[in-house]
Design a protein around this ligand. Structure first.
Ligand code: DUT
Ligand code: MG
Length: 242
């Protein structure tokens, strides 16, 4: 049996209800614990749709998705949300405090654990500077923090939950290149036993990934490491050059 955290897609296809053409076509891959699986591809390729199938925002039309060897349908919503932290493309904060936002999915986290998560997410600095710090107020939608700060708080929230699978949808694009690099270096330790799936726009975010899937019009057109894809995939070369 695969280790918990393993995410396996077996010939998965998906179309939005009412739409004629499927958005994902015959997707198969395995994201293993301790490894980073990156998904790259042009806008509209289906990257977000693919990630959203994992916590069952939608169900695959064909094929099967398994976590730790168990089909999603058999896992139950609670188990799924306990094991998966997803940072959506448009991360969302709730009205409350920074602390209450971080504890969403990690009710019992200590303040120390929250600060650890903030530190990894490169968010400890600006939280420390806010009046009230963890008790500082967040307005509905997080409109009183910047987009980049919101993104890092949502990454910290994902970390505080200590899941076995992480899904990052374009979570590093609002960060400058240096913060992006520092954050990903800091992620290595807390995510070392987890399966990490990263959707990225910037190639520099994923050059170190164990496996890169190149998605084009809903299909995986190439896969491999950065070096392998530079040799084998024209689509990847075009992404690198763009
Ligand atoms: N789509 C819908 N309904 C939805 C969401 C998306 O029909 O609720 C379509 C739009 C697009 C395709 O599915 O043709 C894939 O969208 P997705 O958001 O998965 O693409 P992406 O790869 O995440 O694009 P981006 O890089 O812009 O985030
Ligand atoms: Mg997307």
């Amino acid at each position: 049996l695969p280790t918990p955290g393993t995410v396996e897609f077996k010939n998965v296809s998906f179309g939005y209800p009412g739409a004629e053409a499927p958005v994902l076509n015959d997707i198969s891959f395995t994201a293993k614990p301790g490894q980073t699986t990156a998904i790259i591809g042009s806008t509209g390729a289906g990257k977000t749709t693919l990630l959203n199938l994992i916590p069952r925002l939608y169900d695959a039309t064909e094929g099967e998705i398994l976590i730790g060897g168990v089909p999603l349908a058999e896992l139950g919503r609670d188990t799924i949300s306990r094991n998966i932290s997803a940072v959506p493309q448009r991360p969302y904060l709730f009205s409350g405090t920074i602390g209450s936002n971080l504890r969403f999915g990690a009710q019992n986290a200590t303040e120390e654990e929250l600060w650890e998560a903030l530190k990894v997410a490169q968010a400890d600095g600006f939280v420390a500077e806010r009046e009230g710090q963890l008790d500082s107020k967040i307005s509905q939608g997080g409109t009183n923090v910047s987009g980049g700060q919101r993104q890092r708080l949502c990454i910290a929230r994902a970390l505080a939950a200590k899941p076995s699978t992480y899904l990052f949808d374009d979570s590093f694009s609002a960060l400058d290149v240096n913060t992006d690099a520092r954050l990903r270096a800091a992620l290595a330790e807390p995510t070392k036993d987890a399966a990490v799936i990263i959707v990225a726009q910037r190639v520099s975010t994923i050059t170190g990934a164990d496996q890169i899937l190149v998605l084009d019009h809903g299909e995986i057109v190439a896969r491999g490491t950065h070096e392998q894809l530079l040799e084998t995939s024209e689509t990847y070369q075009e992404i690198v050059a763009s």
